[in-house]
Design a protein around this ligand. Structure first.
Ligand code: NDP
Length: 327
């Protein structure tokens, strides 16, 4: 084990966009020693760090391995996830870690993506909150992202017709050709509004919203009576000092829309069941996932987070913190 390790800390909470060199600072620390561990503690080495849009960092979870241990539950080599911060190494109590048991065709990174927080968010959001059912016309914003891509596929598995919205032609083609969505549109196209109106002629039963702002407003104008609007995220406003309001607010009244926000933690008591179902779909080849992995270690995390808002990722965005040892 090297005698030093790096960690990244919040230096100044940003009021709008993340400022390079000001928002975060990288620190070098003396590596912990096994002899310093108390009972129940382990030394956790991060392998991959999850980059998440919400609040620019408060949800960051990492997957890693136990490098030294005084815990019977987490012997050396155990794969686990934890909210350990942006760090290469951490001394943590066993209670703060969650053991990872991957399905037969699972990848280490799945524990942060399709079988982790974004997969669970997708599952509960579209099934429990959106109450998706056969024959629904579902529109998903942020559809090529970690959460949206799983939402769109679950909706298809439930027999819905699905339109995905994303920010590049490559993403649109991935959604249509690889994930099998019925239709997908690039919201950055100059004639997006016209295309959106044409694609939603039959009006929307379920709108799964990851982005908020103008796209949500547009979707409100195409809502069916008694439609369900699942408010999962509003990334278009996260970096804005003054978020915009909704012009089409009154559609909620006239169309009797049920608009419901949710936080994935609301469903913590059902994670195991959801993970089992997601793993089964994965094993059966019914669910596809993609990751965008940033290499180069923790020092790349800040730029990675800034790029997340520019749509650099297809599927789950991760930073490779340490190389995984074989076996
Ligand atoms: P994603 O993998 O979806 O990455 C974010 C994507 O958002 C980018 O790839 C980009 O894709 C898109 N985007 C960025 N800026 C804009 C914009 N101005 N307008 C439209 N799209 C934009 O991230 P996650 O899957 O981790 O998160 C998706 C959403 O779900 C976020 O809003 C997040 O906060 C929320 N969330 C909510 C949870 C909950 O419990 N409610 C839990 C986890 C996440 P593109 O190229 O298409 O622009």
């Amino acid at each position: 084990m090297s005698s030093q390790y790096q960690s990244v800390h919040l230096a100044a909470r940003p009021t709008s966009e993340i400022v390079p060199g000001e928002t975060f600072e990288v620190k070098s620390n003396a590596a912990p020693k096994e002899s310093d561990l108390k009972d129940g503690q382990v030394i956790f080495r991060s392998l991959y760090l999850s980059l998440d849009p919400a609040m620019r960092g408060w949800l960051n979870v990492a997957i890693g391995t136990v490098e030294a241990s005084k815990s019977d539950r987490f012997p050396v080599g155990t794969l686990a996830t934890g909210f350990v911060g942006w760090t290469e190494l951490a001394v943590v109590d066993e209670k703060t870690l969650e053991r990872v048991d991957l399905p037969s065709n699972g990848r280490t990174t799945d524990a942060l993506g399709v079988l982790g927080m974004t997969g669970l968010t997708a599952y509960f959001g579209i099934i429990n909150v959106g109450e998706v059912k056969e024959g629904d016309f579902v529109v998903v914003s942020g559809a090529a992202g970690a959460t949206g891509s799983v939402v769109a596929q679950i909706a298809k598995l439930k027999g819905a017709k699905v339109l995905g919205l994303a920010g590049s032609d490559d993403k649109v083609s991935w959604l249509k050709n690889d994930l099998g969505l019925d239709d997908a549109l690039n919201y950055k196209d100059a004639d997006f509004t016209t295309k959106f109106r044409a694609a939603t002629k039959g009006l929307i039963d379920v709108f799964f919203d990851n982005v908020g702002g103008e796209i949500l407003d547009l979707a409100l104008s195409r809502a069916k009576p008694f439609s369900r609007f699942v408010c999962c995220g509003a990334i278009s406003d996260y970096n804005s000092a003054s978020p915009r309001g909704l012009k089409n607010y009154m559609m909620i009244i006239s169309m009797r829309i049920r608009m419901q926000g949710f936080i994935v933690f609301d469903f913590a008591d059902q994670y195991a069941t959801a993970r089992q179902q997601l793993a089964q779909w994965l094993n059966e080849g019914k669910l596809q996932r993609k990751e965008t992995v940033i290499e180069g270690g923790l020092a790349k995390a800040e730029q990675g987070l800034r790029d997340l808002y520019k749509g650099v990722n297809t599927g789950k965005l991760l930073v490779e913190v340490s190389k995984q040892k074989d076996g």
